[in-house]
Design a protein around this ligand. Sequence first.
Ligand code: G1P
Length: 294
Amino acid sequence: MTMKIRKAVFPVGGLGTRFLPATKAMPKEMLPVVDKPLIQYAVEEALEAGIEEIVFITGKGKSAIEDHFDAAHELVNILEGRGADWLLKGVKDVIPAHVRIIYTRQGDPVGLGHAVACAKSIIGDEPFAVLLADDIFMGEKSCLSQLIDQYDGGKENLVSLMPIPKEQSTRYGIINPRNGTENTKIAISGMVEKPTPERAPSNLAISGRYILQPEIFDYLASVDKDGKGEYQLTDAIAALVDHQDVFGVKVDGERYDCGDKFGWLRANLAFALKRDDLEGDVKQMITDLLRENS
Ligand code: G1P
């Protein structure tokens, strides 16, 4: 039976320590790239890919995310009264009426694997997507849509992949290809979370989008904590590979790591340069700044 991907899990309970003090009282997922919070990029990506149920795994201090996706009648009324239609677009009907949002809390932020496991009873017995809001993409087709295009509708698991310089392997989950790596969709025989370059099985890193089968929950329940006391999704998928197919999909497009200061700044400039209303001024600003600081 072919299964449609209807549900998507957004783990948003992490502490965001890399952005302190900005994230002391504000969720890192609410950091803007130009004028839209990171989480909205990921949610829009999911909606575009046909997701109908959004599951946020939140935590302490994350209520701004709930407020952000709530109806904002007062604000809408004010903007309508002012005739500010261009602003209304980004505020009203962000979530279509047929899409359901569910919030559940991760008591302790003890890793991505633990966060995903918190969605077990909401997901039930169907395949689902996971989107990490730190990773945003720019390209013709969204990252999740590219994964869904490659999904055969059966009992297989997919992760999005990008090539990295091996010295960056300590930042990512790195896959072990089963055979070759030439095709867009490649079979995976293992994966390691943030290995040293010497231990990295390839230069292909997981870039923050997953399609998983519900069987993953059994493996999430039995993974051990890593050295930092966190349960890793990568370890659960690595345990799953002997029982179910796991593939990587090399996705087209540019990926920005907004969990990192440099990646976030880069995303802001790159997205601004793609906007007709900002491009010219931003180019001038960059030229001026380079001249002033050379
Ligand atoms: C997480 C995953 C890692 C993946 C990365 C992509 O790490 O654990 O496997 O490669 O996202 O951004 P994090 O960035 O949360 O440390």
